[in-house]
Design a protein around this ligand. Sequence first.
Ligand code: F6R
Length: 236
Amino acid sequence: MNFIKVNTYEELSSRAAAIICGQVALKPKCVLGLATGSSPLGTYEKIAEKNRAGEIDFSKVKTINLDEYVGLSGDHEQSYRYFMNNNLFKHINIDIDNTYVPNGCATDIEAECKAYDSLIEDLGGIDLQLLGIGYDGHIGFNEPDTYFEKATHMVTLDSSTIEANSRFFASRNDVPVTAITMGMGGIMSAKRVLLIANGKGKRDIIEKAFFGPITPALPASILQLHPNLTVIYSEN
Ligand code: F6R
């Protein structure tokens, strides 16, 4: 594991953007696994800046996102499709048809999950997976459990996750209680994993996840077994 501690969110975002753009420069037709949440916002801004400056070309890149709320369509402001379109895709020269987010409004969620795993395979796997980490150690929406779930699946969100995500909704009751998430198989099969976290509040979970025992009770801990993992943490 390559553990990088930086002093500011700005530095975290610059480093993460440099790694992602480095991946695209190395393999212009690469597949990027992407995350939503507040952690990657700075990274996405930096990527867009580099793209605007003509430093990096996303025209051949494909992206696949980790998760989506069940019941929210892509035009719902709190859906992860909407988040990705507005915080990254519309600011870079990517072909929107090459961007994939699970369909939270699929009539058959189980079939949607299966199709998502087939899609990862059809794309030839993920070259670089970007992750954030929840206060309970979740990655994607893989919540603490008694086993690691391999396939893309539907989850019931933990109350701490609902609480944390309620800041984006009008009220806690508006937060969907279920979501589709890529499973540990998809995440662990990425050739490279980049996890970013910031804030004093994440220090404890970062320590436990990357320097403590590997356990499904703390889903991110499985990343210790990934052969190419970079963690960037800023306390501020
Ligand atoms: C989002 C996702 C989640 C977030 C996590 C941290 O696509 O997969 O696992 O990465 O909840 O969220 P923030 O960055 O808002 O602290």
